[in-house]
Every structure is written in structure tokens, then in C-alpha cells.
Write a protein that binds this ligand. Structure first.
Ligand SMILES: [Mg+2]
Length: 293
């Protein structure tokens, strides 16, 4: 009896639910939001949102911290390749050489803006971002820097940020708590090194040589092969050869931070020809994929 009384009410309650789950006619569906595909979406998202990226960066800086005392104790230990060292390292005060972008500072907000706006890197937008001085430290770098500072190890920043960006960069580094011993520890793109000429102003070899004049270099840190030694020419074969020759230095004197969002590994597969359209570059990258390896 009670069921009979409730039945009309139940029907009234269930009917609206049925209406919501019934397939909608095409004309009733909301318009699909179409977003242009961006080749960098996954890479930037991984760097900003994944615990995996944080873990990879942390383990790199922690492993290096664990090697600091060994490197300090061995007077012959040096992280510059002999070809890039113009003077004996023994007896010089200790330093580490670090790249800045995606090595000690996280510029992923700039990359995220490019993805969201459908843009590509441009020197003007990059300079505006640098001037904001809002890059945050890469996970793990502050603890390493404190350990280095406590042991009297100077941090030298060799960056392809230009010399004009020095003030903004040093402000940003200091603001996040990274040690800046003096303005002289920033060696930006365009630094003139007496007695040394690079074919390309982005090549860091002369600046490494300059740092080597004053310091025994315990470690180098970067997110690009070119942060550690000259890569010439920037081709997949030359890069592979360099790894075959010097790969054992990684995890010992050289420490690589992950950066899937940009870097010389990319133009290496499209002949370093940025004049190509994005579609042409994408096609070259697809051709570089190996479905059989
Ligand atoms: Mg970098």
C-alpha cells in the first residue's frame, strides 16, 4: 500500500534523471572547444605538474651533494675537459659551474604562456620574462648551493642570457636564495675572454676557460650538452660521439638536469634550420623517430 502511494513520487524523481542521461540531439550539445595542438604541451606540463620531474631534479642535486667532499679532497679532480683548460687546476680555489635556465632557475611559466598563447620563443618576450625576475629555483638546487657555500665552493653561472640581462638575473638568483659571491660570477653571452675566440657567441667554451683560470672546477651542471663541452657541429652524430667519449663524466663530474621542452637536441634533428616553418620542423622530427629501435 505504501509502495503504491510512493510510486508516483518515485516516477517524478526518476524522470528528470532519465532526461539527463538520455542522448542529446546534436543541436542540443554544447559547441566543442577546439584548441590547436602544441608540440610542447606535454613537455611543459611534465615540468610544471609532475612529481616525476621534481624527483629527477632532486636526485641529481642530491647525488652531486653526496660527491662534494670526494671532489674537494682530491686535488687533481677537475670537471673541465683538458682541451678546455688552459692552466693547471691544482691549487686553485674550488668552484662549480652551473648553467642558469632549467638548471638552477625554472622558466616554465614562460614556456606555459607560449603554449597557452600558441606562440614560439622570441627574444623580446624572453627578455620581458627575464626582467620579471620571477623564475623559481629548480627542485634540489638550494640544498646543494648551501652545502657548496658551507664548504667554501664558489658557484659560477655560465649562461646564454645576455650580459644585458645580468642585473635581472642576479636579482632573481639572489631573491630565490642562490649564492652570488659577486657580479663577476655571472658570465653571460657576449662575455669577452682575452686570448679566446668562439665561432659562436652561444658557445660556452671560452667562458669555461675563463672560469678555469681562477678556479678548480669540481662539477658542471646543465640541461644541454653544450653546457659541459663544445658540441661542434650540432648534429645527432656529433652529439652521440660526444656521449661515447665523455658519457662517463655524467653522474661524477657532470650533472644533467632534465629539459624536454627545448634545447639543442631539437634543432639537431632539423639541420639547425630555424627558418623552416613549424610544420617542416615537425615533419623532420617525425622522420627522426625510430619505430624499429
Ligand atoms: Mg639551460
Amino acid at each position: 500500500m505504501r509502495i503504491h502511494l510512493l510510486s508516483p513520487l518515485l516516477i517524478l524523481l526518476v524522470l528528470p534523471a532519465c532526461r539527463h542521461t538520455a542522448p542529446q540531439a546534436p543541436q542540443d550539445r554544447p559547441a566543442a572547444v577546439t584548441v590547436a595542438a602544441d608540440d610542447n604541451l606535454n613537455a611543459v606540463l611534465w615540468m610544471q605538474a609532475s612529481a616525476e620531474y621534481r624527483a629527477a631534479a632532486l636526485q641529481t642535486w642530491r647525488a652531486a651533494t653526496d660527491r662534494l667532499d670526494d671532489a674537494l679532497a682530491d686535488p687533481r679532480w677537475d670537471a673541465l675537459l683538458p682541451a678546455e683548460r688552459g692552466n693547471p687546476a691544482m691549487g686553485l680555489p674550488p668552484a662549480v659551474i652551473v648553467d642558469v635556465d632549467e638548471t638552477v632557475l625554472d622558466n616554465s611559466p614562460y614556456q606555459a604562456r607560449l603554449v597557452l598563447d600558441g606562440g614560439e620563443y622570441a627574444s623580446a618576450t624572453w627578455a620581458a620574462w627575464v626582467d620579471e625576475r620571477r623564475a623559481t629555483p629548480i627542485p634540489g638546487v638550494l640544498a646543494f648551493a648551501q652545502a657548496a657555500q658551507a664548504r667554501g665552493v664558489t658557484i659560477v653561472y655560465i649562461s646564454n642570457r645576455t650580459e644585458a640581462m645580468q642585473d635581472a638575473t642576479l636579482d632573481n638568483l639572489r631573491a630565490v636564495g642562490l649564492p652570488v659571491a659577486s657580479d663577476a660570477v655571472f658570465l653571460g653571452k657576449g662575455t669577452v675572454v682575452e686570448g679566446c675566440a668562439s665561432a659562436d657567441s652561444g658557445d660556452k667554451a671560452c667562458r669555461r676557460r675563463l672560469a678555469g683560470r681562477d678556479y678548480r672546477v669540481l662539477f658542471q651542471f646543465g640541461d644541454q650538452l653544450g653546457d659541459f663541452t663544445a658540441v661542434e657541429p650540432n648534429t645527432p652524430d656529433a652529439r652521440a660521439a660526444l656521449m661515447a667519449t665523455h658519457g662517463e663524466w655524467f653522474g661524477e663530474r657532470w650533472w644533467m638536469l632534465p629539459n624536454p621542452s627545448y634545447g639543442d637536441w631539437q634543432p639537431a634533428v632539423f639541420d639547425n634550420d630555424w627558418g623552416q616553418s613549424p610544420q617542416q620542423r615537425r615533419e623532420a622530427k617525425r622522420r627522426a623517430l625510430d619505430p624499429a629501435r
